[in-house]
Design a protein around this ligand. Structure first.
Ligand code: SAM
Length: 375
């Protein structure tokens, strides 16, 4: 270990600046000194924003839960009327409306009434976003003790949540199941839009969507590529969901539904492209490596693999992938948010070549990668 000493010393030396900044005396000085005052204030405000992040998201949760955004979409209203409508004391409602205004979701008018601000209205315009905010009660409970979550202690709410929604309990509470399967379908449509914006399916004849869920992704492809053959492969218990999702869309006959597990069953053959949309991040490395090998085996030479899901920034951590999705998948229990580089490494290990760099118009929705089986 003696050989590591100079390195350790160099690392300690590199930390002097951070140790200086962490010194309360330096902080006092920097917030007064003209050249550092601006930076110190900006840092302070940003730190406070992180500190209070959980309160901000809970204010949004209350606005959604009380359906205030929807109510205000009808027009500006006074706190008193909204309080009576929601069954809250007026002073409490005012606190919520003021908070929503401070977050830029609502707007306080000169006459004292509150209306929707642009961002609040945009929340209503994103399919599935309100349902997503609502389902965060499970994730929020898991984040209540982040250290226990990191230590992997105890069962998490999110690990219980999805199996509950799609498992036996769904029969007992069909309304809950419907609401959350809608959430999956609606968010899948958003993901599909971004994938189709970045990856061309032109020249392909048959696409198999493995882990295709409700079929919303194939439904989006079907509209843009009317000659493409489409197959959805998913667990037998999910196939009825896909059938229901496609019912009435005119696509029932175009999309072949194929029940099976990629763990134990062969994947459908004959496709020149296989898509894995929000599938890999649900699983550990061993399962992913086995799945990629199976996809490789099912494709012809020149066949394409398209992977789309939220990704970690890897060497450049970023907020959506390395904060939200990293902890979401941790709370789910089985998977992880991987970087584009890590996914590419795993795909290369399975035999694929990567023709192009990752594409992501909205990394908080999804990033997409495309691979090819060599000729
Ligand atoms: C997070 S969902 C994504 C669904 C859809 N692709 C989307 O983006 O909305 C993961 C999907 O993988 C499916 N899945 C999980 N394990 C599977 C397995 N062993 N075989 C086939 N599908 C599986 C699930 O049923 C689910 O539909």
């Amino acid at each position: 270990m003696a050989g590591d000493l100079p390195k350790a010393r160099a690392q300690r030396r590199g930390g002097w600046l951070m140790r200086l900044i962490a010194n309360p005396g330096f902080q006092r000085w920097a917030s007064g000194f003209p050249l550092t005052r601006g930076i110190a204030r900006r840092d302070g405000a940003e730190i406070f924003d992180i500190v209070q992040g959980f309160v901000q998201s809970q204010v949004l949760a209350a606005l959604v839960e009380l359906e205030l955004l929807r109510r205000l979409a009808e027009g500006p209203q006074a706190a008193g009327g909204l309080a009576r409508w929601a069954g809250l004391a007026e002073d409490r409602m005012t606190i919520l409306l003021q908070a929503g205004t401070a977050l830029g979701l609502l707007r306080r008018r000169r006459d004292g009434r509150y209306g929707l601000a642009r961002r609040g209205a945009a929340i209503l315009g994103v399919p599935g976003l309100e349902a997503m905010i609502r389902h965060h009660h499970a994730f929020y409970a898991d984040m209540g003790d982040p250290v226990a979550l990191l230590r992997g202690q105890g069962k998490t709410e999110l690990a219980r949540f999805w199996p509950y929604v799609f498992g036996a309990a769904a029969k007992a509470e069909p309304e809950v199941a419907r609401r959350y399967s809608d959430l999956m379908a609606q968010s899948q449509a958003l993901v599909a839009q971004d994938v189709l914006r970045t990856i061309a399916f032109k020249g392909l004849s048959h696409v198999v969507d493995v882990g295709g869920g409700s079929g919303a992704f194939l439904a989006e492809i079907a509209v843009r590529y009317p000659d493409l053959r489409l197959t959805l492969f998913d667990l037998p218990e999910v196939i009825p969901l896909a059938r229901a999702g496609l019912a009435g869309s005119g696509l029932e006959k175009r999309v072949t539904l194929c029940p099976g597990s990629f763990r134990t069953d062969p994947l459908p053959r004959g496709a020149d492209a296989i898509t894995l949309i929000r599938v890999l991040y649900d699983h550990d490395d061993t399962t992913v490596a086995a799945l990629l090998a199976k996809v490789y085996g099912a494709l012809p030479s020149g066949g394409r693999l398209i992977v789309a899901e939220p990704m970690s920034g890897g060497a450049r951590p970023e907020r959506a992938g390395d904060v939200y999705f990293a902890f979401y998948t941790m709370a789910m229990g089985t998977g992880r948010a991987r970087s584009a580089a890590r996914i590419a490494e795993m795909c290369r290990a399975a035999g694929f070549e990567q023709p192009g760099p990752p594409k992501a118009p909205r990394p908080y929705v999804t990033s997409a990668l495309q691979f090819e089986k060599p000729e």
